[in-house]
Design a protein around this ligand. Structure first.
Ligand code: ADP
Length: 309
């Protein structure tokens, strides 16, 4: 059935209440007095009572309706701003690798090059293609998380082994100026756990990537501990940190805390939103502490479910 619009509903309700009030209150007054003079006086009070009550009710109704409208308006504004920020970021993130792919393909096509140069240019093209794929993957992941289309696949695995693999993968990409350390706090036997290992690896790698991106030199440390039946993972860096006024936005999608025009800080501002979404799916939570200019510590907790075998 078609829903009647708010303004029509209110007007009909107002007319109905008014009509019933006039008919029944007049009948009621006639039952208590027959004195015409008193009746006129009582009807004046009745009129004032009606105006005061309906004004108050209308005020309450309008207030609650306007509150909802204002909230929706501010959300729409924010979403529009996010959309603009997203379009700016995404164009930059797509254009840069695209330009390099097109540019180097043209060079490969039009010039005589040595084998060494060809290999070098092909590596650049491959790198840029990976960068593009990464952006597309992030967009897909966030849209799947938002439409609740992501499934958790619990598996049994050795956490210490996963950390070793992450260590190996990240050591090959961390900047030369950064010392990378890893600390495991459980024995191999105790680190036999059940959770979604794929998601866990992605979350840790994402935090490590950020640490590498936002640290020029110093150290990055990955560690985990067990406390109150929760595994607490920590990624610590000695990087640029995050200014106080930007801290509350960093888990919001498409929000970046640092200069978007600075090419060293590429990214569309989705990594942490994806991490948070995935950590929530694993029944955990994420937090951070940071000192601008000194570094940041990102930590997240997930339940410790020890494998039975
Ligand atoms: P991005 O792809 O831009 O890195 P993220 O969602 O991963 O997006 O992070 C959001 C913002 O939080 C980043 O743009 C950056 O400004 C800030 N940030 C994240 N990790 C760190 C870190 N380790 N050190 C300093 N700033 C960070």
């Amino acid at each position: 059935m078609k829903k009647i619009k708010f303004e029509y509903r209110i007007t009909i309700l107002y007319l109905l209440i008014g009509g019933f009030w006039i008919i029944f209150s007049d009948k009621f007054l006639l039952t208590i007095t027959g004195d015409r003079e008193l009746l006129t006086e009582l009807q004046t009070y009745k009129g004032w009572f009606y105006v005061a009550t309906t004004s108050f009710l209308l005020f309450l109704l309008l207030k609650s309706h306007l509150k909802k409208l204002r909230k929706a308006e501010s959300e729409a504004k924010k979403s529009n701003e996010l959309k603009t920020a997203f379009l700016q970021n995404i164009s930059h993130e797509i254009r840069t690798p695209m330009n390099s792919i097109i540019g180097f393909s043209d060079v490969l096509n039009s010039q005589k090059l040595s084998e060494k140069q060809i290999k070098q240019f092909l590596a650049i093209i491959r790198n840029s293609s990976n960068q593009l794929l990464y952006v597309v993957d992030e967009l897909l992941e966030i849209s799947m998380l938002e439409t609740k289309n992501v499934k958790v696949h619990h598996d049994t695995f050795l956490l210490n082994k996963l950390i070793d693999e992450v260590d190996e993968a990240f050591s090959s990409m961390v900047k030369n100026e950064i010392k990378f350390k890893v600390e495991k706090s459980l024995s191999d036997n105790e680190s036999h756990i059940v959770t979604d290992s794929g998601k866990l690896r992605l979350i840790i790698m994402n935090l490590l990537h950020n640490a590498n991106k936002y640290t020029a030199s110093g150290s990055i440390k990955l560690s985990y501990t067990l406390k109150d039946e929760m595994l607490i993972f920590t990624v610590e860096d000695t990087g640029i940190g995050i200014e106080a006024d930007k801290q509350e936005y960093i888990f919001t999608r498409f929000q970046k805390a640092h200069d978007e025009k600075n090419d060293t800080y590429d990214g569309v501002g989705l990594g942490l939103a994806i991490c948070k979404g995935n950590i929530n799916l694993l029944n955990g939570d994420i937090g951070f502490s940071t000192v601008p200019g000194k570094g940041s510590v990102f930590y997240f907790r997930i339940p410790y479910v020890r494998a039975t075998q």
